[in-house]
Structure formats: structure tokens, C-alpha cells
Design a protein around this ligand. Structure first.
Ligand code: NDP
Length: 302
């Protein structure tokens, strides 16, 4: 049975380490979170970011705007937050409504306040190994590996997924940690063969239980970034193969979360793995808080 990489424990550790750094700052760090429209999932994410800020003593400003806002109006809001001395970090919750030019909005955020690490300047800094805010989810994965004592140097890492927010920065962080990195995607020929070579396999795909026994080399470290919500019982039955605990949870809640790796195959085959929920997910907010504190430290000359 695989070692479970416990994201909740590591998240709490990281947040506890931030407390004295926050207390040492002349001014409390400020995070502005911009929420456009009324996407239910985005509201939940923004709510938990604001709650975590409060628990750490960070000042958070939640700014809501109707889905009808124009790109120009959103850019003007970002400009005002860029100019606001009390704000160290700016996060515009994605996805934005389709009529908004999301890339233009992201590029308008001052790079020193870009706590998501998505600004092209910060993507460039990551690429050439300069300090700067790193995208939260892949950086959380690196923390999880480091704190579990998993040495990445020289290992073969396979990242499945090449998005700008997870797959690509994940690959870059692993490369900087001296892994030999392969990036796979929907056009990869023989995905299973590529994955079977992995000492460290990262699934960042967005497809429920997609990586199964045929993809997982016995003993590999399996990192599951995927968060997929299942609401149909036959899908749950298909994945969990009559596992009573999962079906009972589904029957109680009417939904269940599953990652991109198979929830039975991964723990049976891997040397270590991140469960869903409770693995990578909790790290994302911890790293957002870290980026905000680091932005505040830089801006306050600490
Ligand atoms: P995207 O949809 O942006 O990217 C998905 C990637 O998976 C693409 O590169 C795509 O390839 C690849 N892919 C899709 N189908 C296949 C396939 N059949 N074989 C191989 N590769 C495939 O997703 P994100 O990167 O934004 O998110 C990935 C997952 O991570 C999602 O489940 C998301 O919910 C979760 N997530 C979790 C976070 C957390 O806090 N834990 C934070 C962010 C995301 P191609 O480029 O060729 O289309």
C-alpha cells in the first residue's frame, strides 16, 4: 500500500510557518480578490481564500463585479489596485466571462503584485530560474514532495497536462529541481508507455480516474492534481468497482470527488500518492498565502 502524501498536514505546516513572518511585518499584508459574475465554484474558492487570509491575520479585500463588466472597466479596477499601497497581492478569479479579454487583465496586474504567478514577466522569471511568485498549485506539489523527503534530482518525471497554470509550470519546477522531465498531452502517442517510465507521475488533465494501472509503474510517486466532481452513480460504480465506502459517500451526498488518477489503482501500485480530496488541493491556498506574504515582504523591504 502506498504512502499517503497528506496535503492537509503540509498546508497547516506552511500556514504555521507564515505566522511569525506576518507578525514581523510593519504593515499587515493585503490581498485583493476580484470575483466577476456568479460562478458557484468560483464563489467557493474565493470564500476559502478570504477565510484563510482572516485566519492568518492578512487583510483581504473581496471585490465583486457583475458578469456584465467590460474589459475596460476591469482593467481600470486592476489599475486602482496596482496603485493601492495597502494591497500587496491581486488575484482575479478565473474563469472570467467570455466577453472579457482575460489575458489582457492578467497582464495588467503589476508583476510584483501577481500572487498567482501567471504574469508573463513571472512566467519568464520561472523559466530562467529567477526568484518570483510561482504558480500556486505546482509550487504546492513541490512543497509536498520536499516535505515528504522525496528527492527529485535525477528522477524521471512525467507530467500529463500542459496548461499554463498547472502542467507547464509543474514541468519547469521539476526541471529546476533536476528531474528529467517529459510533458504529455492529448496528442501524445502511447501515453501509457510514457507514463510507465515515470518515477514521479503527475496527472493534471481534468479527466476522472484517467490514469490507471496501465499508466502507473509499481513504486512510482503519483501526484494527482485533478479535481473532478462526479454526480452520476453509474460513473462512480464504474470507477470504484463496487467499493462500498465510495458508493455510500456518493449516496449520502449525491456527488463525490475523484482525481485524474484511478483511486484504487494508484494507492495499490504507487510508492506514494496524493489522495483526492486531501492531497494537492489544500496546498494551492497555502502557496497563495505564501506568495502574498512574500510580495508584502518584498514591497515592505523585509
Ligand atoms: P486544462 O483543461 O487547462 O488542461 C488539461 C490538460 O490535459 C491539457 O494540456 C490537455 O492536453 C491534457 N489532456 C486532456 N485530455 C488528455 C488525454 N486524453 N491524454 C493526455 N492529455 C490530455 O486543465 P488544468 O491544467 O487547468 O487543470 C487540470 C486538472 O487540475 C483539472 O482537474 C483541474 O480541476 C485541476 N486543478 C486543480 C487545482 C488544485 O488546486 N488542486 C488547481 C488547478 C487545476 P492538450 O493541451 O493537448 O489539450
Amino acid at each position: 500500500m502506498a504512502q499517503i502524501l497528506d496535503g492537509i498536514r503540509v498546508r497547516d505546516e506552511i500556514l504555521d510557518e507564515l505566522r511569525p513572518r506576518i507578525a514581523a511585518l510593519p504593515r499587515r499584508p493585503g490581498l485583493a480578490v476580484v470575483l466577476v459574475g456568479s460562478d458557484a465554484a468560483s464563489e467557493v474558492y474565493v470564500g476559502s481564500k478570504v477565510k484563510t487570509c482572516a485566519s492568518l491575520g492578512l487583510v483581504s479585500e473581496k471585490i465583486t463585479r457583475p458578469g456584465s463588466i467590460t474589459t475596460a472597466e476591469l482593467l481600470a479596477l486592476v489599475d486602482s489596485l496596482n496603485a493601492n499601497e495597502a494591497i500587496d497581492g491581486i488575484l482575479v478569479q478565473m474563469p472570467l466571462p467570455r466577453h472579457i479579454d482575460a489575458q489582457q487583465v492578467l497582464e495588467r496586474i503589476a508583476p510584483e503584485k501577481d500572487v498567482d504567478g501567471f504574469h508573463p514577466v513571472n512566467v519568464g522569471r520561472l523559466s530562467i530560474g529567477l526568484p518570483g511568485p510561482r504558480p500556486c498549485t505546482p509550487n504546492g506539489v513541490m512543497q509536498l514532495l520536499r516535505r515528504a523527503g522525496i528527492d527529485v534530482a535525477g528522477k524521471r518525471a512525467v507530467v500529463v497536462g500542459r496548461s499554463d497554470i498547472v502542467g507547464k509550470p509543474m514541468a519547469m519546477l521539476l526541471l529546476h529541481a533536476h528531474a528529467t522531465v517529459t510533458i504529455c498531452h492529448s496528442r501524445t502517442v502511447d501515453l501509457a508507455a510514457e507514463c510507465q517510465r515515470a518515477d514521479i507521475l503527475v496527472g493534471a488533465i481534468g479527466r476522472p480516474a484517467f490514469l490507471t494501472a496501465e499508466h502507473i509503474r509499481p513504486g512510482a510517486v503519483v501526484i494527482d492534481v485533478g479535481i473532478n466532481r462526479l454526480t452520476e452513480r453509474h460513473l462512480v460504480e464504474g470507477i470504484w468497482r463496487n467499493d462500498g465506502i465510495a458508493l455510500a459517500e456518493f449516496d449520502r451526498k449525491g456527488k463525490i470527488l475523484v482525481g485524474d488518477t484511478h483511486p484504487l489503482d494508484a494507492p495499490a501500485l504507487a510508492g506514494a500518492w496524493t489522495p483526492v480530496p486531501g492531497g494537492v488541493g489544500p496546498l494551492t491556498i497555502a502557496m497563495l498565502m505564501t506568495n502574498t506574504v512574500e510580495a508584502a515582504e518584498r514591497r515592505q523591504g523585509c
